[in-house]
Design a protein around this ligand. Structure first.
Ligand SMILES: NC(=O)c1ccc[n+]([C@@H]2O[C@H](COP(=O)([O-])OP(=O)(O)OC[C@H]3O[C@@H](n4cnc5c(N)ncnc54)[C@H](OP(=O)(O)O)[C@@H]3O)[C@@H](O)[C@H]2O)c1
Length: 342
């Protein structure tokens, strides 16, 4: 099988490339070549920008790919270029969407692939919905062989996934210095973290499957945790305690709209994924890596080399600022509360 990854050296795609190589697929990567390769096996590198329609055309005309897996699609304009270049020339086109496309707030905490798509809070998700719609239209009108895949929060050893403060080392750095970290809301909403190698089993398992054409799948772990459990698990792996401050998502959004969008458009709600659809088509997909194990690998990767332990000054300052503002608001509320008791 000949496979082309658009991307391929990223957090999720690198695990999928590794598995494709292990399965013996002839694997090509199209990216700008800015990241080092760490694959065991031979890949064919096509260096360039995925936004270049001429490059896409050349790539599509030079080789017949059974599978094109697009990890770098964020706007319908990008998708239109792919449809133009690859129509009639490939066996299957897998688009990496996002589970944040599902209805927010959710009407039910169990998410299936039939859950409606609607996200008034986060532009990233609305753009992914628009990409999906463009692809569904191309499938209906001209049989463009799409498969849509919606990852939820998916991490590998280079990521430390958090709800507030991104996926870098900053939150762990703060925990290790004894500084407070933010868990949104009351810290009790339910969440699912997926390890990239587990995701890869479901994803690569869809390659070349006729029954996946025209379909959408999410691929996640079955382990459900509260956000406070997630932060405590991270702290345990880092060998420290987490001093957790609970701050409403709306408060965070008022201070930092960008962080707020990824909460109110995604992580603020309890979601649990029904993975029966992917398991039916890819029976070998049985997520194995518990969060405690995956995050221990992430912490070990960061601890191997001090240059990886980067505390992002902007993220750090923003967290500090939100915590300070929230403490002041609490103190003010407590002073008001005393007046009611005199
Ligand atoms: N991780 C999650 O929790 C999550 C959840 C939902 C959805 N997603 C989706 O997963 C995808 C990210 O996959 P990933 O983890 O593999 O990516 P990533 O870690 O963001 O890496 C990006 C990859 O794409 C390449 N790339 C970026 N811009 C490019 C361009 N203009 N032209 C060609 N190549 C380009 C990069 O290489 P160069 O920089 O060298 O070009 C790299 O290989 C996104 O579509 C995202 O929306 C992720």
């Amino acid at each position: 099988m000949k496979v082309l990854f658009i991307g391929g050296t990223g957090n999720i795609s690198s695990a999928c490339v590794q598995l494709a190589l292990e399965k013996g697929y002839e694997t090509s990567l199209l990216n700008r070549g800015s990241r080092s390769l760490s694959f065991e096996g031979q890949v064919n590198l096509i260096k360039g920008d995925r936004n270049d329609p001429e490059l896409l055309k050349q790539v599509a005309e030079s080789t017949y790919y059974d599978v094109v897996a697009n990890f770098v699609g964020f706007t319908p304009e990008q998708i239109a270029k792919d449809i133009m270049a690859f129509s009639g020339k490939i066996g299957q086109y897998l688009f990496i969407s996002s589970a944040s496309v599902y209805q927010k707030p959710p009407n039910h905490f169990i998410i299936t692939e039939s859950t409606p798509l609607r996200n008034p809070f986060w532009k990233y998700s609305r753009d992914k919905i628009a990409c999906e719609e463009k692809l569904v239209q191309a499938y209906r009108e001209k049989g463009f062989p799409i498969t849509i895949v919606r990852p939820s929060y998916t991490y590998g050893p280079t990521w430390i996934p958090c709800s507030v403060g991104g996926h870098g080392y900053t939150v762990v750095g703060r925990m290790r210095q004894g500084l407070p970290i933010i868990s949104h809301g009351d810290g009790q909403s339910l969440w699912v973290m997926t390890f990239n190698a587990d995701f890869a089993v479901g994803f690569v398992g869809l390659f070349g499957q006729d029954q996946a054409i025209g379909e959408a799948f999410h691929i996640t772990s079955d382990e459900v945790l509260t956000w406070d459990q997630i932060y405590r698990t991270i702290a345990k792996a880092a060998g420290c305690q987490a001093e957790i401050i609970h701050i409403p998502s709306e408060f965070i959004a008022a201070v930092n709209p960008e962080w707020g969008a990824s909460l109110l458009g995604d992580k603020a709600y309890s979601v649990v994924f029904d993975n029966s659809k992917i398991k039916r088509l890819v029976p070998e997909f049985r997520p194995k890596v518990k969060f405690a194990e995956g995050i221990a690998r992430s912490i070990a990767w960061h601890d191997q080399d001090p240059s990886r332990q980067v505390i992002d000054p902007l993220v750090n300052q923003t967290m500090e600022h939100i915590i300070q503002l929230y403490k002041e608001a609490l103190q003010k509320a407590q002073r008001t509360e005393k007046r009611y008791h005199v």
